[in-house]
Ligand binder design. Structure first.
Ligand SMILES: [Zn+2]
Length: 428
């Protein structure tokens, strides 16, 4: 009898779909990361100190597992989570391997300063170290608690380019990715929504005042979570130079158009729910991961000055270079690429053209926030003077694309372990 059980257990590993071990398992959770005292707000001009909280800021987590490959996405209502902070979180988490924990920011411009450059003056960081430590601990706990609740799950995948008025490109109007991608996770038992991941490129910067708010994602969450339950994660796309919210800017004083933020969030949420109605259920969703770690020269003299003043940590710089990473994740037919900053939409569209999955998700500001990422041809143009001033340099664009293409050409990786390549070592 014991032998029979043993053979059944072996078979269950070998034959996908035969029993529980081959199934997709999932769980989601969220934690309130809103500062409990006034904070310097990230984005726009420095010294913008909050005077109140309009709506809560969240860190939202989705853990997925397939045949022992466990991954986790954490989407934070923050302007950016730099890699040196994400690495501290990864080092503490025990339930998910560091290289499979993808920490992303929605890029909201009405949350606490996470980078340091929006403090009271040019020489003082705007990061509240106490809040930052609390945030990191909250995310660690969130991932651990979520990973402990995994249950059998199925997916729904959907995407459309037919979207309501959400975004526009303020630099070159014709270059705009209007693809709205959705990954929904449903529990096998009871068909309950576990999570809805929404991917769309747009700066959450309708609001620019002294209230803490998640901006339009607040109403996206309210619409999706309110109608179908579960946890709604907003993962931004290639939103750089300059994909921003599209609304009537004369309808209210600058930065005060709460109605527009609400309309954009709600209409995005309604469209998400509409496209899910006709989406087919995906029962077999193998998860494969690849990662490439690479270095780029820090060319921006402003960033170097911020390091010299101690506003940016200087120990991230080694031989004049910064280390960053890109990831490729496939979940069933869906394909995702993580981007370490604000990638310009022309690069985003090019990457999508090279991707073979369906749907295709570009996850901007994930695992790092290195500012704008332009092509070398665009870098330094008058049109992109602002983006150039908030970019590590002209080399990051080609290096990032080269590493992403290399993963797409060799789509190995898988349940045996994340395929991690250190690009700088390979080139030696
Ligand atoms: Zn931005």
């Amino acid at each position: 009898m014991r032998v029979l059980w043993f053979l059944l257990a072996i078979a269950s590993f070998l034959v996908p779909g035969v029993c529980a071990v081959a199934e997709l398992r999932a769980a989601a959770g969220k934690v309130d990361i809103t500062p409990t005292r006034p904070a310097y707000l990230a984005g726009y001009a420095a010294n913008r100190r909050s005077i109140g909280v309009h709506d809560r800021l969240w860190a939202k987590c989705l853990v997925l597992e397939w045949q022992g490959t466990r991954i986790a996405f954490v989407a934070c209502d923050l302007l950016g989570v730099p890699r040196y902070q994400a690495e501290k979180i990864r080092a503490q988490v025990k339930s998910v391997l560091p290289e499979r924990l993808y920490i992303a920011a929605t890029h909201v411009h009405s949350g606490p300063d996470t980078l340091g450059q929006w403090g009271p003056d040019l020489r003082t960081s705007g990061v509240d170290p106490e809040w930052m430590a609390t945030f990191r601990n909250q995310v660690v706990q969130l991932v651990e608690e979520t990973a402990a609740r995994l249950e059998p799950a199925v997916l729904k995948l959907a995407s459309t380019t037919e979207v309501p008025r959400i975004s526009r490109n303020a630099r070159v109007p014709q270059i705009l990715d209007r693809e709205l991608g959705v990954l929904q996770v449903l529990s096998v038992q009871g068909n309950r929504t576990i999570a809805t991941v929404v991917n769309y490129a747009c700066h959450p910067e309708v609001l620019n005042n002294r209230q803490i708010t998640a901006d339009f994602p607040n109403w996206l969450y309210e619409t999706v979570e309110g109608k179908i339950g579960g946890v709604c994660l907003y993962l931004n796309g290639a939103l750089g130079g300059m994909v921003t919210a599209d609304f009537d800017e004369d309808a209210a004083p600058r930065g005060e158009n709460w109605k527009a933020a609400e309309e954009i969030g709600r209409s995005m949420g309604e469209r998400v729910l509409q496209i899910l109605e006709t989406a087919e259920t995906v029962r077999n969703a193998p998860i494969r991961t690849q990662r490439r770690v690479f270095r780029v020269p820090l060319e921006n003299p402003r960033f170097r000055a911020l390091m010299a003043m101690g506003i940016f940590p200087s120990d991230v710089l080694k031989n004049g270079q910064i280390e960053t990473e890109v990831n490729r994740i496939t979940i069933g037919p869906a394909e995702m690429l993580t981007l370490p900053g604000e990638v310009l939409p022309n690069i985003g569209l090019y990457l999508k053209r090279k991707m073979t999955g369906k749907p295709r998700f570009l996850l901007g500001l994930t695992c790092d926030e290195l500012g704008y990422i332009l092509t070398p041809e665009d870098y330094g143009l008058e049109l992109y003077a602002y983006e150039t001033s908030v970019s590590v340099g002209e080399h990051i664009g080609p290096k990032m694309v080269q590493n992403l293409l290399a993963m797409m050409e060799k789509p190995k990786g898988g349940s045996a372990g994340t395929q991690t390549v250190r690009a700088e070592e390979r080139s030696k």
